[in-house]
Ligand binder design. Structure first.
Ligand code: ADP
Ligand code: MG
Length: 302
């Protein structure tokens, strides 16, 4: 069965002229706020890609911004960020050929695993932080839409950040706002309230994602409307990890991420030296095995 857990590792592409006509669709593997994601295979090489298809009817200015952002995505080279191989723009449809991550997203994984034990979370978080350090400190970009469905995993135990910039632009573009089905859930107070946001807004999102993975629940109480969520995020105390269920190191890590005031949060670089990340090093956890077996013996990688 194609693309299953035993699929061969994805080789780096030596072909810079990936043509959309050479890609054959295999199946739809995901639906998100901006469109669908298909598993496709390049006819000649047999190589798999995830093709993100975005149907857009957007203003010229947004299309330009998007093109800029996609150009940036194409230039990222980091093993902790999902590779973007090629973008196509045909008849108002944007298609982006991405590195195929056969474990799907953390959002998918959480549906079967329910919760992620601290030792595994530390191993996952180390990789996410390396991706964030690359984006923040090397590329000087803010992700803007860090959430469980934008953290992807594969059968080699690799964890990578995807969709920086792109989905954020689409979700905030006026043409798409009516149909926006994405989430404000992981947005930092400064961002959700429409103020200036920066690198530290991603750190807030990281804290919420880690907390959700640990507890199995989204950290804010369920709310019916955007305004109720906004009120919670802005006016209520920051979410925190229950100290009777989690290590002091983990609680401290979360607290370093979800400070209300952006300047009180720790940078990706500072966080990567946090004691939580090294406290389980002796266990030598194997994320490849964990991703394969957690939650259910029947977990099938897409
Ligand atoms: P979202 O707004 O939820 O991030 P996406 O369209 O980016 O929506 O992704 C939707 C789903 O598609 C993800 O949860 C994941 O299951 C799947 N997906 C996205 N990108 C990839 C990829 N590169 N490899 C494998 N699966 C992917
Ligand atoms: Mg995404």
């Amino acid at each position: 069965y194609i693309g299953n857990f035993h699929a061969p590792p994805i080789e780096p592409l030596d072909n810079h002229h990936l043509s959309i006509h050479d890609l054959e669709a295999i199946k739809v593997i995901g639906k998100g706020s901006s469109g669908t994601v298909q598993l496709v295979r390049q006819k000649w090489t047999g190589q798999f890609f995830a093709l993100k298809v975005i149907q857009l009817n957007i203003q010229e200015s947004i299309r330009k911004q998007l093109a800029q952002e996609l150009k940036l995505s194409l230039s990222t080279q980091c093993q902790y960020v999902v590779t973007c191989y090629q973008c196509f723009y045909v008849n108002g449809v944007i298609s982006i050929a991405l590195e195929y991550m056969d474990g799907g997203s953390l959002a998918d994984f959480l549906m079967t695993a329910r919760t992620v034990p601290e030792a595994y979370l530390a191993a996952i978080c180390k990789q996410v932080l390396k991706g964030l350090m690359y984006l923040h400190h090397e590329k000087r970009v803010i992700h803007r839409d860090l959430k469980p469905s934008n953290i992807l995993i594969n059968h080699r135990g690799e964890v990578k950040i995807s969709d920086f910039g792109v989905s954020a632009i689409i979700s905030s573009s006026s043409a798409q706002r009516d149909t926006f089905t994405g989430t404000f859930n992981y947005m930092a107070p400064e961002r959700i309230s429409g103020q200036k946001h920066g690198y530290m807004s991603d750190i807030w999102s990281l804290g919420l994602v880690m907390l959700e993975c640990a507890t199995g629940n989204f950290p804010h109480p369920p709310r019916g409307s955007f305004y109720e969520l906004l009120e919670d995020v802005v006016d209520q105390p920051s979410p925190s990890a229950p100290s009777d269920q989690f290590s002091p190191e983990f609680c401290s890590f979360i607290s370093a991420c979800v400070q209300k005031k952006a300047t009180n949060r720790s940078s990706a670089q500072i966080l990567s030296a946090h004691p939580f990340l090294s406290m389980y090093d002796d266990l030598n956890v194997d994320l490849a095995v964990y991703f394969r077996t957690a939650g259910s013996p029947l977990v099938t990688f897409k």
